[in-house]
Design a protein around this ligand. Structure first.
Ligand SMILES: Nc1ncnc2c1ncn2[C@@H]1O[C@H](COP(=O)(O)OP(=O)(O)OP(=O)(O)O)[C@@H](O)[C@H]1O
Ligand SMILES: [Mg+2]
Length: 379
């Protein structure tokens, strides 16, 4: 296996900058998830690494060897695509064996590798069937198996679990993670599902409009998002983001928001807010809010919108000024729609962003490039 390095990689289609100066270092044996909303450039980035399309500018290395001028077949990468195609006239066994036959693997080793892969993917009972005799999810597992059966320098996977039902997806997520750990495989894994990314990856690269927003561990991305885009994209339910103006209240820094809410700040967030342009975006995750159905001094008053019990947690959607927020409380929390509710934000876990730049006001944050393709309306 080998690491993969992207240096200032760009791909343009006419006016559209699909991938905009992306630099990324994937270490040998590392599992990196490339995430972002539809159209942000994930598949294009992966296809550039695979060599299926030519880069407009930049450089791609496998280990310390530049590969961006090599043919795809000479790059020694195994790929699983969003739109996979199996050989319709070959059995599942032969579909899995094909990449090994191409590499002239001897029969005993070939048999062993095919059966081991089929076992990992729970398709051992399907080896004699043809693709047309399989469900969509089974076909996708065979496609995945065709990549996993090999021992390439790195694996490139584009939404390999997208056709599976929810339960199978969770199971396959665990299998892929085991596979990665056992083989110490280098994996670049594209998904638009942030949960897949945080559960499987060593590091996550978040993309938006062709631009890499943040590249860090799931923990770092979740706890210290560099800008409002990452803050809102990673985490479910999404982080609450509220625009407000920095002001003072009773001699203390505070944030005043649309619809009349006022958030008094403790010393540390106050210091960060005061370093802003004066307009900030406050970010708070659902688990970092306290709720009370009786008035509390200095808490903000809102209204209950809906209450969603899930079994182990109850999500409370509530109106604060003009904002609709989601908080979570204990399983037995209940409240009537439109009931007054008092809300406090856990100030130790408060995220603050400058509303002008959308960048975090946290100390020591790496300077991020604010998202956005250079041309208008690219998507
Ligand atoms: N061949 C092409 N010609 C012109 N534009 C293209 C081409 N391929 C991709 N694009 C554009 O480049 C951008 C990135 O596309 P890409 O397929 O990489 O997105 P993605 O992040 O994989 O999205 P999804 O999650 O929907 O698969 C999009 O705006 C897309 O319309
Ligand atoms: Mg895609």
């Amino acid at each position: 296996m080998a690491g993969v390095t992207l240096r200032e990689v760009t791909k343009t289609y006419g006016e559209v900058v699909a991938v905009d100066r992306v630099s990324l270092e994937v270490a040998d044996g590392e599992f990196v998830a490339l995430v972002g909303p539809s159209g942000c450039g994930k598949t294009t980035t992966l296809n550039l690494v695979a060599g299926l399309i030519d880069i407009t500018a930049g450089e791609i290395l496998l280990g310390d060897r530049a590969i961006n001028t090599l043919d795809p077949k000479d790059r020694d990468l195994a790929m699983v695509f969003q739109n996979y195609a199996l050989y319709p006239n070959k059995t599942v066994f032969e579909n899995l064996a094909f990449p090994l036959r191409m590499r002239k693997v001897a029969k005993p080793a070939l048999d062993e590798q095919v059966r081991r892969t089929a076992n990992v993917l729970s398709i051992d009972h399907l080896l004699d069937r043809h693709p047309r005799q399989l469900s969509g999810g089974q076909q996708q597992r065979v496609a995945l198996g065709r990549a996993l059966v090999r021992d390439p320098q790195a694996f490139l996977m584009d939404e390999p679990l997208s056709n599976l039902d929810a339960k199978l997806r969770v199971q396959m997520r665990a299998e892929l993670k085991r596979f990665h750990l056992e083989l110490n495989a280098t994996v670049i894994y594209v998904t638009h599902d942030q949960l897949e990314a945080v559960t499987m990856a060593d590091r996550i690269a978040v993309m938006h409009l062709g631009v890499l927003q943040q590249y860090a561990t799931p923990d770092e991305i979740y706890n210290r998002p560099v800008n409002t885009f990452v803050a809102g994209f990673i985490g479910s339910p999404a982080m609450n983001l509220l625009r407000g103006t920095v002001t003072t209240h009773d001699g203390q820094a505070a944030i005043a928001g649309e619809g009349g809410w006022l958030l008094p700040l403790e010393a540390e967030p106050a210091r960060r807010a005061l370093s802003s342009s004066g307009q900030v975006v406050v970010g708070v995750r659902h688990g970092h809010m306290r709720l009370s159905l009786t008035p509390q001094a200095d808490w903000m008053e809102g209204r209950v919108y809906t209450v969603e019990p899930t079994g182990d947690l109850t999500f409370v959607h509530l109106k604060l000024g003009d904002h609709l927020l989601v908080a979570s409380d204990q399983a037995d929390f209940r409240a009537a729609p439109d009931a007054p509710i008092w809300i406090a934000f856990d100030q130790e876990h408060l995220h603050l962003f400058d509303a002008e730049t959308e960048l975090t006001l946290a100390d020591g944050a790496a300077p991020a490039r604010a998202g956005g393709r250079r041309e208008a309306a690219a998507v």
